[in-house]
Design a protein around this ligand. Structure first.
Ligand SMILES: Nc1nc2c(ncn2[C@@H]2O[C@H](COP(=O)(O)OP(=O)(O)OP(=O)(O)O)[C@@H](O)[C@H]2O)c(=O)[nH]1
Ligand code: SF4
Ligand SMILES: [Mg+2]
Length: 396
């Protein structure tokens, strides 16, 4: 598994016009990348710059336009702010005075979008920063004091960012669904798609957690499942199957035995199962020409009967009857707004190279943009009419 540190973090620099956002970015980077001037409203579009910042790792700084822009309506301004913050992992609010309406609004927005932030009081070379600092204490976030002009106070930025970046708690894979002594049956198809001579990570993960829980773990192919249930003499507590065999497995497992799929377990473990389940309903509203993005966590070489590129699009088209505009977006980074904003639905892969932190960044991003996001496991079960049964053990 790749550590979260390997993924580029996005840091949004916000604040009113002329507080020194561009100067702050330039001072942190050590280069003049964003235009600085004493004319309010110099930065009109977000400016991006990537760098390594110890101890955070690779980051992209986003210098945003001052959002107290005159002449713009409040609502439009907030919309614009949301757009420039959509993929931020954390925010920096630059100030050079006591909080006013604008700062209140930005802080409200950070909270609403669940973006952790800290405050940087800039221009400490000329202003009465002690008094200003007192006024910001009530927000209970770190406050740094800097001078972008004199390049003072920048040594603590990396540590401060690191301390506020979200750390999404680990969630059990299946150990909370069973007790010691329970029988768990894992259904593992050995077909052309199965890697030669080994099991895949979700299967290994399930075996390991089952063993840690002191359960009895039985691994079978789908053909032997019914035989196992009928002959083993113990009622299984849980059956976990590969999504692609779920139809057959559903008919072989009596209703009173809990059944789910590896992909649904993965969805909960790595992502936001509730959001994925809520979002999958968007399938019913899809019509001709709507954009659906198949999003993958890595750029693997597609297989002939690729699940994301061939099977899901086929099932989706059969289900909706609509001529959809299906796009694939693959990679470890966060997409550009222009690449995703017209999507009516995002269907994400299981994200085996991602950890929970990285998947949740994408979940937060789509929630902020009000774009439904589901994943392969949920959509496959949904399109086969077995979602309700497959999520039941996890939704209690
Ligand atoms: N004295 C002092 N002046 C500063 C400092 N940082 C920025 N300035 C000045 O403040 C003015 C605005 O700086 P910018 O960096 O362009 O501010 P901005 O927030 O990006 O402004 P917009 O893009 O217009 O929203 C410039 O004249 C800077 O030289 C500082 O630490 N001390
Ligand atoms: S599940 Fe996603 S991250 Fe894992 S190999 Fe497939 S496309 Fe890549
Ligand atoms: Mg600027």
């Amino acid at each position: 598994m790749i550590a979260s540190g390997g993924f580029r973090k996005y840091i949004a620099i916000t604040g009113r016009r002329n507080v020194g956002k561009s100067s702050f970015m330039n001072a942190l980077i050590g280069q003049e990348v964003s235009i600085v001037s004493n004319v309010a409203g110099t930065t009109t579009d977000p400016v991006f710059k990537s760098m390594e910042l110890s101890p955070v790792g690779p980051i992209t700084l986003i210098d945003t336009p001052g959002l107290d822009d005159v002449g713009e309506l409040g609502i439009k301004r907030i919309k614009k702010a949301k757009k420039s913050l959509y993929r931020a992992d954390c925010g920096i609010l630059i100030v050079d005075d006591i909080p006013g309406n604008f700062e209140e609004q930005i802080i409200k927005l950070f909270k609403e979008l669940e973006i952790p932030y800290f405050i940087a009081i800039n221009k400490i070379d000329t202003i009465d920063h002690e008094n200003i600092e007192k006024e910001y204490k009530k927000y209970n976030v770190p406050i740094l004091k800097v001078s972008a002009l004199k390049k003072i106070g920048f040594e603590k930025i990396g540590k401060t960012i690191n301390s506020i970046l979200p750390k999404d708690d680990e969630i059990p894979y299946l150990s909370d669904l069973i007790d010691g002594g329970d029988l768990v049956i894992l259904v593992v198809p050995i077909d052309l798609g199965a890697p030669k001579g080994r099991l895949i990570m979700p299967q290994v993960h399930a075996i390991r957690e089952g063993l840690d829980r002191e359960a009895l773990v039985l691994v079978v192919k789908e053909r032997e499942l019914r035989y196992a249930i009928e002959n083993i003499g113990i009622k299984p507590r849980l059956v976990v199957t590969d999504s692609q065999s779920v139809m057959k497995v559903v008919s072989d497992v009596p209703e009173d035995i809990d059944l789910t799929t590896f992909s649904i377990l993965e969805s909960r473990y790595r992502g936001d199962l509730e959001y994925f389940v809520e979002s999958v309903k968007a399938v019913e509203n899809l019509k001709d020409g709507d954009t659906v993005i198949i999003m993958e966590g890595c750029t693997h070489r597609p297989l002939t009967e690729d699940i994301g590129r061939v099977k899901i699009p086929r099932w989706l088209t059969n289900h909706t009857g609509a001529a959809l505009n299906l796009k694939v977006w693959a990679g470890v980074d966060m997409p550009e707004l222009s690449e995703i904003e017209d999507a009516k639905l995002i269907i994400h892969c299981g994200g085996c190279v991602m950890n929970r932190n990285n998947m949740m960044r994408r979940v937060r991003m789509f929630k902020r943009l009000n774009i439904p996001m589901t994943n392969y496991g949920v959509v496959i079960s949904y399109l086969h009419g077995v979602l309700e049964r497959a999520i039941k053990p996890l939704m209690r």
